[in-house]
Write a protein of this length. Structure first.
Length: 400
């Protein structure tokens, strides 16, 4: 794999991810609008359909990604999403919408670890942070553009058109993945093949690494707290700070733009700082959310949103780079799938707690509390990261 070929593969995947992520965001807007007349219960079930497959299928997904050639797994899973998106666009009944949506996200359980595990094969082991940053840039652009496009298309042409657009975006990403020249093949070593058959191996990999055990536990706590923002933010901006719907949309854009800046930071740091960068990303995210809760006016809230977005972007890239750096190449599919299950469980718990918190405390206090708890957890994670880094450095000096 030449450097030029690696750059080409990254560029192709990043463009495909930007298109597909924009399609996903547009589709989510359309689906929420479709199910709104059926009641909040169906909306909750739809969102559960996004989380449950990631948790339940993680061991199987990790096994498949490590057992078979990774690019092929990625292309097949993306093609499955493209096919499932078509009937999802055409059905009308709530239960059928949820069923096809859940099946579509069952395919995405394979896409995420396959993409993450393929990056070091494209960039080389020492450049994976750059690769993750490039792909995160594509995803961030998609999340900035997608909700606007989804709202416009749904309002102008209807829900079906927006969902068919998502099916087309999956086809684009499938084609992009098929053009990738890098290959990640399963190990031929007997002990590695045996490890690949252990469906719980990904969780054990994370737990046995002191760095990953602490970093992902802290990240899960921070994410579980920070996700309260998803529920509280509309009430905070519109009901309490007096923003218009356009102002709320501006908040989302500012957060996404901050994320776009945040993903650029990790490649500028030495690999030994990745764990501290992950904790710093969680810290900035928590401070941003707490800042929105405490903000006396919209201008301050928008500034806090930008800070939180930077942290969110840094966090997303650092997670992947840290896992890649601390797991064997042959078992990264399992590690990424297990990490996804842990973090999505945290998202589910935080989301379930968010509505009662907002009702009990109000949006501002709920965001302040959630952001403060995320900040406390991240501060502890940062202190541990610095201590582990110093211990590692001292060990290297002793060996010399």
């Amino acid at each position: 794999m030449t450097r030029l070929t690696g750059r080409r593969d990254l560029a192709v995947l990043a463009v495909g991810l930007a298109v597909s992520t924009a399609g996903d965001a547009a589709a989510l807007v359309a689906l929420l609008l479709r199910l709104r007349p059926a009641g909040s219960g169906w909306v909750a079930v739809l969102l559960a359909g996004e989380l449950v497959p990631v948790v339940l299928l993680a061991p199987v997904a990790g096994f498949v990604v490590d057992r078979f050639e990774t690019r092929r797994v990625l292309v097949i899973a993306l093609a499955g999403q493209a096919l499932l998106a078509v009937p999802l666009a055409l059905v009308a009944a709530p239960w059928m919408t949820v069923a096809f949506f859940t099946a579509l996200f069952a395919c995405s359980v394979f896409v995420r670890p396959a993409t993450a595990a393929l990056v070091p094969a494209i960039t080389g082991e020492g450049e994976s942070a750059r690769g993750y940053a490039r792909l995160a840039t594509g995803s961030s652009l998609g999340w900035i553009i997608g909700p606007v496009v989804g709202g416009l298309i749904t309002g102008t042409f209807g829900v079906t058109s927006a969902l068919l657009l998502d099916a087309g975006s999956f086809a684009v990403l499938t084609g992009a993945a098929a053009l990738v020249r890098a290959r990640r093949r399963p190990s031929s070593a007997p002990e590695r093949r045996t490890a690949g058959r252990d469906l719980g191996g990904g969780f054990r990999l994370l737990w046995r690494s002191p760095v990953l055990r602490v970093a992902l536990l802290v990240t899960a706590i921070a994410i579980g707290c920070a996700v309260v923002d998803n529920v509280a933010a509309p009430f905070r901006f519109i009901n309490q700070l007096g923003a218009s719907p356009a102002g709320y949309g501006l908040y989302l854009t500012i957060w996404g733009t901050g994320g776009l800046l945040g993903v650029q930071l990790l490649p500028r740091l030495a690999p030994r700082h990745t764990q501290a960068a992950l904790a710093t990303g969680n810290l900035l995210t928590g401070l941003g959310i707490a800042g929105i809760g405490l903000a006396p006016n919209l201008a301050v809230a928008f500034g806090a949103a930008g800070l939180g977005g930077v942290g969110n972007g840094l966090d997303n890239v650092a997670q992947n780079a840290l896992i890649a750096d601390h797991t064997p190449a042959e078992q990264r599919g399992q590690a990424f799938a297990a990490a996804g299950a842990v973090l999505q469980t945290a998202v589910g718990v935080g989301t379930a707690a968010a509505a009662p918190l907002v009702t009990l405390l109000g949006a501002n206090r709920a965001m302040t509390l959630a952001g403060a708890l995320a900040t406390i957890a991240a501060t502890g994670g940062l202190a541990i990261a610095i201590r582990q880094q110093r211990a590692s450095h001292a060990g290297m000096l002793t060996e010399r």
